[in-house]
Design a protein around this ligand. Structure first.
Ligand SMILES: *Cc1c(COP(=O)(O)O)cnc(C)c1O
Length: 458
C-alpha cells in the first residue's frame, strides 16, 4: 500500500522480496486448503489494512505528507483524471488513512471506505454525494442531535428537505411519507439517546421498494455488534470519535460503501452521466463495483475538504485493534450497571436494550453478539437539583459530553446538548428533564456500581 505511489523499488530490492513472498506462498499452500477461510473478526481488527513486506514496519506507519511523487506528467494526468489509482494530495487520500479505511471496510464487509474529518462530515458526505436541491430524505426520528440539525436546518438551506418518521411505526404509516423526490432512507442502528434498535427487515424492505439507498449510522453498535450490510443496508456511516477510537483522543468519521445498490435505476443521474469536473467520467461505468465510493472521494473530499488527517487515522487504527475486546466489556458493564440502577430507590426508570424485551428480541435477530453497547439512560427522581448533586458526587465516572470512551461518563442532555430546545422539542427528541445518559466504560463494574451508589445517596 505504501509503495503504491512513487518510485518502483529497484530490481535488487525487488528480487529478495519476491522470493520471500513465494516462499511464504509455498508454505501456506502446503499447510492450508486451496481457499483458506477468511480471517475472523478479531484477527481482522488487529491485522487488516496493513500487510508489510519483509523489512517494512510491522505497525501502520504515519505518513505525515500532503504530497506524492510521480514518474512524469503523463502519470500525473492519469491520476488526476481517475484513469490510474494513485495518491494526489492528502485531501483525497493518504496511505495511513487508506490503512484505516481498509480495516474498517473489512470489518463491516463493504466494497470500500472513505474516511472523513468527523462523524458529522461522514453523514454530510453520505448525503451530499447522493442528493441535490429539490431532493428529499426520509430519516428515523431517533437520531443523534447533530444529524437532526444537519437534516432539519442546514440541508434545508440548500433545498434538501427531510421527513422524520417514528422508526417503530407500521410500514404502511412510514410508506405514506415517501415522496417521488425521496432519494435516501436514513437511520441509526441504535438511536442516540433513545436507544431503539432499528427494525432492519422493515426499513431495508421499504428502501428497496422505493429504489433508494438505506444509509445506517452504525456508531453506537460498531461492526462488532452489528453488520448492517448483512441486514440490507447500502451505506454505513460512523463517528469514529466514539468506539472506534475508544479512548477519547480524536475526532473523525468514515463512510463505507456496501457496493450493493443499483445506481442505474433511473433516480440517480449524477452516477450515470458524465462528470464534467473529471473529464467526463461516468461513475457507474468506470467504477461498477462501487460508484458511490469513487464519486464521494473524487467530488466530496475535493470540494468540501473534510478529510481525515494521518495522525488520527493512525489512532483509529490502533483503537480498532482492541474493538473486539472492548465492546464485550462495555456491554457487560452496562448491563450490570443497568440492573443495579433498575433496583435503586432513587431511579425512576432505566433504558438499556439488553434489559428491555423489544431490545432483547432485536439484539437476537440483528446482532452478532448478545450484548448491547455501553450506552444506557435512566431517569433520576428529585429533578434537576438531585441530578446536579449526583453528578458532583461521582468520583470514578465524570460529567462529559462524549460517549464510547474507555472511561465512564455521564451527561444531563436537557441542560447541555439539548439545552437550545424547549421542553416539547426535547421530548420529541426523546429527552425528558430527568434523563441521565451514561456511557459505561471498561473499568471494573463493581467500582462503577459503588461509585453510582454513593453518588445517588441523598
Ligand atoms: C457523535 C455522533 C455523530 C457525530 O460525530 P462527530 O465525530 O462528533 O462529528 C454522529 N452520529 C452518532 C450516532 C454519534 O454518536
Amino acid at each position: 500500500m505504501i509503495r503504491s505511489v512513487g518510485k518502483k523499488p529497484r530490481e535488487a530490492e525487488k528480487k529478495p522480496r519476491k522470493a520471500a513472498r513465494k516462499a511464504v506462498a509455498r508454505s501456506v499452500q502446503s499447510t492450508q486448503p486451496a481457499a483458506p477461510a477468511p480471517l475472523r473478526f478479531a484477527t481482522r481488527c488487529i491485522q487488516a489494512g496493513h500487510s508489510p513486506a519483509v523489512g517494512e514496519p510491522r505497525i501502520l506507519p504515519i505518513i505525515q505528507s500532503t504530497t506524492y511523487k510521480y514518474e512524469d506528467i503523463d502519470q500525473v494526468n492519469r491520476v488526476m483524471t481517475l484513469q490510474e489509482f494513485g495518491y494526489k494530495y492528502t485531501r483525497t487520500g493518504n496511505p495511513t488513512v487508506t490503512g484505516f479505511e481498509t480495516k474498517i471496510n473489512l470489518l463491516e464487509g463493504g466494497a470500500g471506505a472513505v474516511a472523513t474529518a468527523s462523524g458529522q462530515a461522514a453523514t454530510l458526505l453520505a448525503i451530499a454525494s447522493i442528493v441535490r436541491a429539490g431532493d428529499h430524505i426520509m430519516a428515523a426520528s431517533t437520531l443523534y442531535g447533530g444529524t437532526f440539525t444537519l437534516f432539519n436546518s442546514t440541508l434545508k438551506k440548500f433545498g434538501v428537505n427531510a421527513t422524520f418518521f417514528e422508526p417503530d411505526a407500521p410500514a404502511r404509516e412510514i410508506e405514506k411519507l415517501f415522496r417521488p423526490e425521496t432519494r435516501v432512507l436514513f437511520g441509526e442502528t441504535i438511536g442516540n439517546p433513545g436507544l431503539t434498535i432499528l427494525d432492519f427487515s422493515k426499513l431495508s424492505r421499504l428502501a428497496r421498494q422505493h429504489g433508494v439507498p438505506f444509509i445506517v449510522d452504525n456508531t453506537l453498535a460498531t461492526p462488532f455488534l452489528c453488520r448492517p450490510f448483512q441486514l440490507g443496508a447500502n451505506i454505513i456511516t460512523h463517528s469514529a470519535t466514539k468506539y472506534i477510537d475508544g479512548h477519547a483522543t480524536s475526532i473523525g468519521g468514515v463512510v463505507i460503501d456496501g457496493g450493493n445498490f443499483d445506481w442505474k435505476n433511473g433516480l440517480f443521474p449524477e452516477f450515470t452521466t458524465p462528470d464534467p469536473t473529471y473529464n467526463g467520467v461516468i461513475y457507474t461505468e468506470k467504477f461498477p463495483q462501487s460508484p458511490f465510493l469513487f464519486k464521494a472521494r473524487a467530488q466530496f473530499l475535493r470540494d468540501f475538504g473534510a478529510c481525515l488527517n494521518p495522525m488520527n487515522a493512525f489512532l483509529f487504527n490502533l483503537g480498532l485493534e482492541t474493538l473486539h475486546l472492548r465492546m464485550p466489556r462495555h456491554g457487560e458493564n452496562a448491563l450490570a450497571l443497568a440492573r443495579f440502577l433498575a433496583g435503586h430507590a432513587r431511579v425512576a426508570w432505566v433504558n438499556y436494550p439488553g434489559l428491555d424485551p423489544t431490545g432483547k428480541k432485536r439484539i437476537k435477530q440483528f446482532f452478532d453478539h448478545e450484548n448491547g453497547s455501553g450506552i444506557l439512560t435512566f431517569g433520576m427522581k428529585g429533578g434537576v437539583p438531585a441530578i446536579r448533586r449526583f453528578a458532583q458526587k461521582l468520583k470514578v465516572a465524570a460529567l462529559v459530553v462524549h460517549i464510547g470512551d474507555a472511561r465512564t461518563g455521564v451527561l444531563h442532555p436537557a441542560s447541555s446538548t439539548h439545552a437550545q430546545l424547549d421542553e416539547k422539542a426535547q421530548r420529541a427528541a426523546g429527552i425528558t428533564p430527568d434523563l441521565v445518559r451514561v456511557s459505561v466504560g471498561i473499568e471494573d463494574a463493581d467500582d462503577l456500581i459503588a461509585d453510582f451508589d454513593q453518588a445517588l445517596a441523598p
